[in-house]
Design a binder for this molecule. Structure first.
Ligand SMILES: *Cc1c(COP(=O)(O)O)cnc(C)c1O
Length: 286
């Protein structure tokens, strides 16, 4: 029997992360700089995505993606009932209406129920890969295609997860990852958007930093220029080099973190296997 409190998902921060953060504090790049770019490139390569845009949370990642798609008042966005509140909160922030749809025994949004919830106002589905297991991605994307709506994946639990041979972050129109302290890897607070869509990526980037024209951070470096335009009223969701310092090293350890979580899940699964009172979550083979 355990006697002390068992904390929930303590982050595993190594000496390399500590040294990298110290390097940022000493080199003076305390806000968005070259390490954010390195982290974005490394994450895009890991996932196999065309673009990766680092921001300060998954909540911001989801909000910016909806905003970049022009979703707003009068629109509906379908979200699962079982999720963290920000999946629905961000829909409210855009002025659109979140439409809650129930989940299946794998804890993933139910595709038939999604189909029934689609109206002429529906603009997007935001499925959650709950507990790091993929939702019914192909079925949802096929359904969305038939109705001309977007699938934006809430991949907050799914950094390192795969579906049918490809990493999560390469299937829907865009995917939003979380690097909050309890997630698969952490930057303290942080998030990432992956997408294959050039225009969407550019618009998310613009909206993430005040609506200032591209690579505005470069204005602080020798290579950059002080000249920029503010082309619309953007938000303020950029990641800092201090956060990216953590991310660069956490990403290298991500497969190990996922492996360790699987070991723990397997231990619970076998410990609970003989209890008829419990129905254990199903895991799909693909
Ligand atoms: C944690 C979480 C979020 C929000 O992530 P932040 O990085 O804390 O903004 C969104 N969706 C789900 C399913 C989450 O678990």
């Amino acid at each position: 029997m355990r006697t002390e409190f068992l904390p929930y998902c303590l982050p595993m921060i190594g000496e390399e992360e500590v040294q990298e953060v110290a390097d940022s504090l000493r080199n003076g790049w305390v806000t968005t700089g070259p390490k954010v770019k390195r982290f974005e490139e490394a994450f895009a390569e890991y996932v196999g995505a065309r673009h990766a845009i680092a921001v300060n949370s998954c909540t911001a990642a989801l909000h910016l993606t909806l905003a970049a798609l022009g979703i707003g008042p009068g629109d509906e966005v379908i979200v699962p009932t079982l999720t963290f509140c920000s999946t629905a909160n961000v829909v409210v922030h855009t002025g659109a209406r979140p439409v809650l749809v129930d989940v299946n025994p794998r804890f993933q949004i139910d595709v038939d129920a999604v189909e029934q919830a689609i109206t002429e106002r529906t603009r997007a589905i935001v499925p959650v890969h709950y507990a790091g297991q993929a939702c019914d991605v192909d079925e949802l994307i096929a359904l969305a295609k038939r109705h001309g709506i977007a699938v934006i994946e809430d991949a907050a639990h799914a950094a390192g997860a795969s579906y049918r041979g490809r990493k999560i972050g390469t299937h829907g129109m865009a995917a939003a990852f979380s690097f909050y302290a309890t997630k698969n890897m952490t930057t303290g607070e942080g998030g990432m958007i992956t997408t294959a869509d050039d225009q969407l990526a550019e618009r998310i980037r613009l909206l993430s930093l005040h609506g200032m024209t591209r690579d505005a951070w470069k204005r602080y470096s020798e290579a950059g220029s002080w000249y920029y335009e503010v082309t619309e009223s953007g938000f303020k969701c950029n990641m800092t080099d201090i956060q990216a310092s953590l991310g660069i090293h956490q990403l290298r350890r991500l497969d190990g973190f996922v492996q360790r979580r699987r070991e723990i899940a397997t231990a619970y699964r076998s410990a609970f296997a003989d209890l008829p009172q419990l129905q254990l979550p199903e895991e799909r083979p693909d």
